[in-house]
Design a protein around this ligand. Structure first.
Ligand code: XMP
Length: 329
């Protein structure tokens, strides 16, 4: 592991506002030293990691930061709109919105191997950034919301796209990764201390490759749309619980099973997808347990999800990590 990517053994876990403020002061100083009067381009997905990085960078270097939100077509329902609203309209950030949906989905067509999918998404992501950077004058740094589990797990388990060097033609850019040694729970404490709204700080984590690793196997646009709709339903219904799980979402395997629909009073057999509901609790995503979800809530979700075109079955994933990982891919 690279020297700067190893969390020092004596680094205290950030659990309080005081520890978070100390971390922020230290990072703001370090960022100012690293960046000087140069410009930074930040991948802003809208998740807690990149939002916290954006807030840290705004605090450190203000409008020397340009945020780029890439819509890769694998985002959750309503998410690109929300990123624009919060960052451009409310926080006044310098935000460039890039619609790259066709580019990503065309490149992913027919690709079923999970790591290959991650690599394609990661590569196009970098390409898009390179293109955006070239359109902007004098960018020297690339900000990233890499966190510590990304670094740990990129050594063997999954190729997280936000870890790893830049391609040769982007050697001019230096990486700025102020939260790369933090665990997820620490990033939230820091976000809160930075004054970010709760809706952002406590937002559930969402993988960089997004719905891409939940639309299991080769992604098709119709199955991806069904997944996006199901995901919105699950977020809405489980989100109403008094205590929400750490992460809750859907996966949609690349299988069909027999269903029946009634046309003019006559039952017709047809093949449809199965949506899998997944909810987990964890502190650091290294292990995870499955919370109880009231059966009535599961039924409400089922009744809504089976109305999505192409879906005829709803499953509840009770697997813990280990043996299962949190994501299906
Ligand atoms: P797993 O599936 O490895 O997930 O148990 C652990 C946590 O990491 C997230 N995850 C990812 N995040 N890029 C990311 O940025 C990825 O490729 C990726 N894969 C999984 C997952 O959502 C969970 O929170």
């Amino acid at each position: 592991m690279e020297q700067g990517n190893k969390r020092p053994d004596n680094m205290k876990r950030i659990t309080t506002a005081a520890l978070a403020n100390a971390f922020i002061d230290e990072q703001v100083k370090a960022l100012r030293e690293q960046i000087g009067d140069k410009k930074v381009l930040l991948a802003l997905s809208g998740g807690v990691d990149s939002s916290v990085v954006a807030a840290l960078l705004i605090k450190a270097v203000g409008n020397q930061l340009t945020c780029v939100h890439v819509n890769h077509g694998l985002l959750r329902k309503g998410e690109p709109e929300q990123v624009i609203e919060v960052f451009r309209n409310q926080l006044g950030a310098n935000l460039v919105y890039v619609d790259a949906v066709d580019r990503f989905l065309d490149a992913l067509a027919g690709v079923s191997e999970p790591e290959q999918k991650r690599k394609i998404i990661g590569k196009i992501f970098i390409d898009v950034f390179a293109e955006e950077a070239r359109k902007l004058d004098g960018i020297s740094f690339l900000g990233q919301g890499t966190i510590y589990p990304d670094i740990l797990e990129s050594h063997g388990v999954k190729a997280h796209h936000n870890v790893g060097g830049l391609p040769e033609d982007m050697r001019d850019f230096e990486l700025v990764e102020p939260v790369k040694l933090l665990y997820k729970d620490e990033v939230r404490v820091v976000g809160k201390a930075l004054g970010l709204p709760d809706s952002m700080v406590y937002r559930q984590p969402f993988p960089g490759p997004g719905l891409g690793v939940r639309c299991v196997g080769a992604i098709t646009r119709d199955r991806l749309e069904a997944l996006r709709e199901a995901d919105a339903i699950v977020r809405e219904e489980i989100g109403k619980l008094p205590v929400t799980p750490w992460q809750y979402f859907c996966a949609i395997p690349d299988i069909v099973s027999t269903g029946i629909k009634y046309e003019n009073g006559k039952g017709v057999r047809y093949m449809g997808w199965a949506v899998v509901i997944r909810a987990v609790n964890t502190v650091d995503a290294v292990t995870a347990t499955v919370p109880e979800i009231p059966f009535s809530v599961l039924c409400t979700m089922r009744d809504r999800i089976v109305k999505i075109p192409g879906v005829n079955r709803v499953l509840w994933d009770i697997s813990e990590k280990p043996v299962a990982t949190i994501e299906w891919e």
